[in-house]
Design a protein around this ligand. Structure first.
Ligand SMILES: Nc1ncnc2c1ncn2[C@@H]1O[C@H](COP(=O)(O)OP(=O)(O)OP(=O)(O)O)[C@@H](O)[C@H]1O
Length: 440
């Protein structure tokens, strides 16, 4: 299989940012890379030619508005003229990008989808389209490549499923979750993926090391639920999935990546920007001829983010959940009685020291459901509202949404919280993790 392809052209040249309408000429197979200024948004339109942003075509002559700090690239296969109005932190044209190799991957996935569609839907193997997993270190462009592959497929009329296993950032919902959703139209570069009813499991932490066993159990649950959905839906099965993973690829992170490849029965593993990971995966998967491991070049446009920037991005994502992208949603502040909810944490110690023989240490039980007392320690935590109707369903249940605790009144035994809408909760069970948010 020839997935790869050459990078094109000469090194990029940086240019200064400016305000006022500017015209930028984009030669064929070049990319305009932009970081919008910190204070104000940027307007951009396609004046002539054709161009796309991460796989989604830009409509001609229509001004698009990009919020402050957003990082993106406009790529043109045949050449285009772009107009920009507003400040940027950086903008430059790169004539060396791996975009053609990414497009080649898309073309091969298309062949696999067509073959799957043409085969008898009774044969679950041959009617299964590509199950692509995108792996690589942090800041290698995994989420961006996933979105491109999904948007290109949606443009051809497929409805591929996007699976996001990256609990650190969260492209589908808030951080601390793993989730899946069908992508029916190319992803809007500003608004993101339109969500109908995403399938979301709450892990509750932003690093998998807090409870790697729980992470694995949730990944398995999500994979099995999608398998059941695919079994009755030949359209989704043929379109396949694109699975975005975490950038943690050493030690436990590597084991979790292998676990995800197995759980989702991935048949294409795309490795971005790391030779070592690629050769380790090729080696470990060499006895499975049905799995292709493909090395792809990382784009020079991917912006590196330090821990502080990542923390901020997480915070924005949670804010967006409650308030909308442009502060256009009005979350509901509610007051409930302590007795309206039952709270659980997943993972704890098996027995207290006092219940154990002298000298014995309590062992950690990562799957233990631990009741949580309501007190002010819960302030500023984001909790998940489980679909479970009994406590023993909590670990295997997906979640309906999230609430943010803004006040606890111990005397009156009341909880004040924000919810994105005024809807009725599907049950009384809330899951507590370590996901906090400070509204500012
Ligand atoms: N070609 C490009 N030009 C400009 N910006 C880009 C380009 N590719 C990616 N970016 C930006 O770089 C940032 C990081 O990319 P991305 O989120 O895809 O990386 P990742 O590998 O998924 O990160 P993580 O470490 O969170 O797993 C994003 O803000 C994205 O919009």
């Amino acid at each position: 299989m020839a997935y790869g392809g050459p990078a094109i052209g000469a090194p990029a040249v940086a240019s200064a940012s400016a305000s006022g309408v500017r015209q930028v000429k984009l030669d064929k197979q070049c990319e305009l890379r932009i970081v919008v200024g910190r204070e104000s948004s940027l307007r951009l339109r396609l004046h002539t030619g054709t161009a796309e942003i991460f796989g989604t075509e830009i409509p001609p002559e229509k001004w698009l508005t990009f919020p402050p700090r957003i990082k993106f690239a406009v790529f043109s296969i045949y050449g285009a003229t772009i107009e920009m109005d507003g400040f940027t932190e950086t903008d430059y044209i790169a004539d060396e990008t791996p975009m053609i190799s990414y497009i080649n991957v898309h073309a091969i996935l298309e062949e696999q989808r067509n073959r799957a569609q043409a085969s008898s839907s009774a044969d679950s193997n041959s009617s299964q389209g590509p199950r692509v997993i995108v792996a690589g270190p942090t800041d290698s462009g995994k989420s961006t490549l996933s979105k491109m592959l999904l948007s290109w497929a949606a443009k051809q009329g497929w409805k591929p499923t996007f699976v996001d296993l990256d609990i650190g950032q969260g492209s589908i919902t808030i951080p601390g979750c793993i989730a899946a959703t069908p992508v029916k139209v190319p992803i809007d570069p500003v608004e993101g993926i339109p969500l109908e009813m995403p399938l979301v499991y709450f892990y509750g932490h932003t690093t998998p090391s807090v409870n790697a066993n729980l992470y694995k159990v949730l990944v398995k649950e999500l994979a099995q639920t999608l398998d059941r959905q695919f079994a009755g839906n030949s359209e989704s099965r043929a379109a396949g999935m694109v699975i975005n993973t975490m950038g943690w690829i050493e030690g436990v992170g590597y084991k979790l990546l292998l676990h995800a490849i197995d759980s989702f029965k991935a048949n294409v593993v795309l490795v971005l920007g790391q030779e070592k990971l690629c050769s380790m995966l090729r080696n470990v998967l060499k006895n499975r001829p049905s799995v292709d491991v493909v090395k792809l070049e990382k784009s020079g446009g991917v912006v590196l983010r330090n821990a502080k920037v990542r923390q901020k991005a997480r915070s924005y994502r949670i804010k967006e959940y409650f308030y909308g992208l442009a502060n256009d949603l009005k979350p509901h502040s509610n007051v409930s009685k302590f007795s309206d909810f039952v709270l659980y944490r997943i993972g704890g110690l098996q027995a207290s020291r006092s219940a154990l023989p002298i000298g014995a240490k309590p062992a950690a039980d990562h799957m233990r459901l631990v009741p949580v007392n309501i007190n002010r320690d819960l302030l500023h935590l984001v909790l998940a509202v489980s679909f479970a109707t009994e406590p023993d369903q909590i670990i295997s249940s997906n979640v309906a949404g999230f609430i943010y605790i803004t006040d606890i009144n111990v005397q009156r035994k009341t909880i004040t919280y924000l919810a994105p809408s005024a809807g009725v909760f599907p049950g009384k069970y809330l899951i507590v993790g370590t996901l906090t948010w400070l509204e500012n």
